[in-house]
Write a protein that binds this ligand. Structure first.
Ligand code: ATP
Ligand code: MG
Length: 226
């Protein structure tokens, strides 16, 4: 049997603060299997972003263990982690996090540049990626010239540039109007049909219903799963 894409063993993140530790993620046990589409739902401050940052290796746990495709993240050095992030994980942020001085197509090329893909090939793949999200008409726009929905579509093309097996998205439609949000959701559903494993944070029960697993968090713990 193949390993789950994600396996959490008492995964914990406590933030030290002058007022004492904040238990943002507390002893979570969870498995996410290949091809799952999971929504993380819960009130503001319950630990959704903290958890997603751990899953995306953007942050390290205080204790407990995270395995990605059966590999313990704690066993990797910084280079190993960077490679894992680059090759296996696509991350979509609520506020897009595009590089402001770079054009849309250069933003999408960036992960491929880090991976050492030659310029002509990465340009071609970036253009194809932007076509997939209907942004081929804005290749040379920098982020300040893009609308919110357009920025998020570029950010999604960047997240998918390296064909990651796992896509993590933190409220990807949080800043978008209903119609644009719907378009982004349809893109996620398409990725899911194509076999990508998806974990998506949302505030919205309606958005969460479109995933095939809904994990509800409260105070850093799993409240329920449906
Ligand atoms: N760097 C930090 N230092 C201290 N406390 C933090 C830090 N980051 C987050 N927290 C606290 O950890 C808890 C969980 O925060 P987190 O951002 O994960 O919540 P969230 O579920 O994503 O909320 P939202 O829906 O508002 O985005 C909150 O109480 C928050 O105040
Ligand atoms: Mg958050």
């Amino acid at each position: 049997m193949s390993s789950p894409v994600l396996e959490l063993r008492k995964l914990t993140r406590h933030y030290p603060t002058p007022a004492g530790p904040v238990m943002a993620v507390h002893e979570l046990d969870l498995r996410v299997e290949r091809g799952d589409f999971m929504a993380l739902l819960g009130p503001s401050g319950c630990g959704k972003s903290s958890l997603l940052n751990l899953l995306g290796c953007l942050d390290r746990p205080s204790c407990g263990e995270l395995l990605i495709d059966g590999v313990a993240v704690s066993s990797l050095d910084d280079d190993g982690l960077a490679r894992l992030r680059n090759h296996k994980i696509g991350f979509v942020f609520q506020h897009y996090h595009l590089l402001p001085r770079m054009s849309a197509v250069r933003n999408v090329e960036l992960p491929m540049m880090y991976a050492g893909i030659p310029p002509a090939e990465r340009r071609q793949r970036a253009v194809e990626g932007l076509e997939r999200v209907r942004m081929a008409h804005r290749l040379e726009h920098t982020p300040s010239m893009l609308s919110g929905g357009e920025s998020q579509r570029v950010a999604i093309a960047r997240a998918l540039a390296m064909n990651p097996s796992l896509v993590l998205a933190d409220e990807p439609t949080g800043n978008l109007d209903t119609r644009t949000g719907e378009e982004i959701m349809q893109l996620f559903e398409k990725m899911h049909r194509e076999g990508t494993t998806l974990v998506m944070v949302t505030h919205s029960p309606e958005m969460a219903e479109r995933a095939d697993r809904i994990l509800r968090l409260r105070d850093g713990r799993i409240e329920s799963e449906t």
